[in-house]
Design a protein around this ligand. Structure first.
Ligand SMILES: NC(=O)c1ccc[n+]([C@@H]2O[C@H](COP(=O)([O-])OP(=O)(O)OC[C@H]3O[C@@H](n4cnc5c(N)ncnc54)[C@H](O)[C@@H]3O)[C@@H](O)[C@H]2O)c1
Ligand SMILES: [Zn+2]
Length: 366
């Protein structure tokens, strides 16, 4: 087991990572629980695979929510809190969330508001959950008006990531999660580039046990950034690399066509092209990153998705100024925050993306 301590404004989150770790969840949770009761929340897919056995090991009751982003709603939070209160939950007792990012976001949120805040532990079982959703303290739910519009900063006391759980995860989900790892590698190549080059292909091909090192390095990158800027006042924006276009693609297709990571992959490709055109990256460098992304395909295509539809969802917030949106762009050795990209420039790059074969290679983009 490897443990990484992440400093947060509320204390320290101990991130424990290791193959088979869920098998010794009792030992890990015991010092956090301090003899108090634990309550396990999981989803209907993960429950039978891992959630129920975690609950048994902790001698804890177990609540299974339906799986899927459509259940990341107030109603699920109310259900969890009501369930906890049904057991007479008291302050200091522990919520243990076992599942993907949807589940840890909901359960973390419920923990943050039940009795004005219960401690919680996240046991992420998707790659995206391990490298992204469970790290950084953000919890929340969706509204009709948009995703993640309600939430709290409530870092878990501990995170338990067992890469062996990834062996049951759908391959498409696994590859989409790896896009966020490549994103982190573009943000901090000195930490991640070599690990990506030695592990990405194997993990993308389904060799989930090879994921440990990738997870460790990606968590370090996110943790470093979040420690410096927990409340997203500046630096944390680097993590939005690939997300300006990515979010637009997801929203324009009603969150049905792309998994989040797949949309981010298109966003990263667009930014690589813009960065190359602006002289921030050499063509060979941009092509190397595009090559890594190609190992995570095929991506759902863009051919029939008009720019006008996507553009309406890009930068609808305060990031838009005078016909331009502030993007994060890659550059040699890192990223540049707040680069103005005009609507015309974005439209031209999108037209180039539409010409690419969604299964790659993506090198013709450069
Ligand atoms: N809080 C944050 O900072 C943060 C960051 C990134 C993403 N997120 C959130 O994460 C969510 C996406 O998370 P996700 O991609 O993990 O999706 P998810 O939680 O929906 O999981 C994907 C699917 O895989 C199933 N599953 C999970 N683990 C499994 C396993 N080991 N074996 C078999 N099936 C398994 C789930 O039941 C689900 O059907 C989004 O709601 C997003 O907003 C939050
Ligand atoms: Zn993301």
């Amino acid at each position: 087991m490897t443990t990484l301590n992440i400093a947060t404004q509320r204390g320290t989150t101990a991130y424990h990572l290791g193959d088979g770790l869920l098998g010794s969840v009792g030992d890990i949770v015991a010092p956090v629980a301090g003899g108090r009761r634990a309550f396990v929340v999981t989803d209907a897919n993960v429950g039978p695979l891992y959630g129920q056995s975690v609950a048994e090991a902790l001698d804890a009751p177990c609540l299974e929510l339906p799986a899927g982003e459509e259940y990341k709603r107030w109603e699920s939070v109310e259900r969890i809190v009501t369930w906890l209160l049904g057991f007479g939950v008291e302050r200091g007792e522990l919520v243990v969330a076992v599942g993907g990012g949807v589940l840890t976001d909901i359960a973390g949120f419920a923990a943050s508001v039940a009795l004005r805040g219960l401690p919680w532990v996240a046991a992420p079982t998707t790659l995206l959950g391990m490298v992204d959703a469970a790290v950084g303290g953000k919890t929340g739910v969706d509204l009709d008006l948009g995703k993640n519009l309600v939430g709290t900063f409530w870092p878990p006391a501990a995170i338990i990531a067992d890469p062996l759980t990834l062996t049951t995860l759908d391959h498409r989900q696994l590859r989409a999660g790896l896009v966020e790892v490549v994103k982190s590698a573009m943000i901090a190549p000195s930490t991640l580039e070599h690990v990506v080059d030695s592990h990405l292909e194997a993990v993308a091909g389904g060799d989930a046990p090879r994921a440990s090192e990738l997870v460790y390095a990606a968590v370090r990158v996110k943790a470093d950034i979040v420690e410096l800027d927990e409340r997203e006042s500046g630096l944390r924006a680097a993590l939005n690399l690939g997300h300006t276009l990515g979010h637009g693609l997801e929203a324009a297709t009603d969150y049905r066509r792309f998994l989040h990571g797949e949309a981010v992959a298109w966003g990263l490709l667009a930014e690589l092209r813009i960065a190359r055109d602006r002289g921030l990256l050499a063509t060979s460098e941009a092509q190397a990153w595009a090559g890594r992304l190609a190992t995570l395909g095929p991506l759902p295509g863009l051919g029939d998705l008009p720019w006008e539809k996507v553009a309406g969802y890009i930068g609808r917030d305060k990031k838009r100024r005078a016909g331009a949106v502030q993007w994060v762009l890659p550059r040699l050795g890192g990223v540049v925050l707040g680069s103005a990209v005009s609507d015309g420039e974005a439209a031209a790059v999108y037209a180039e993306l539409q010409l690419l074969a969604p299964s790659g290679p993506f090198s013709p983009l450069f």
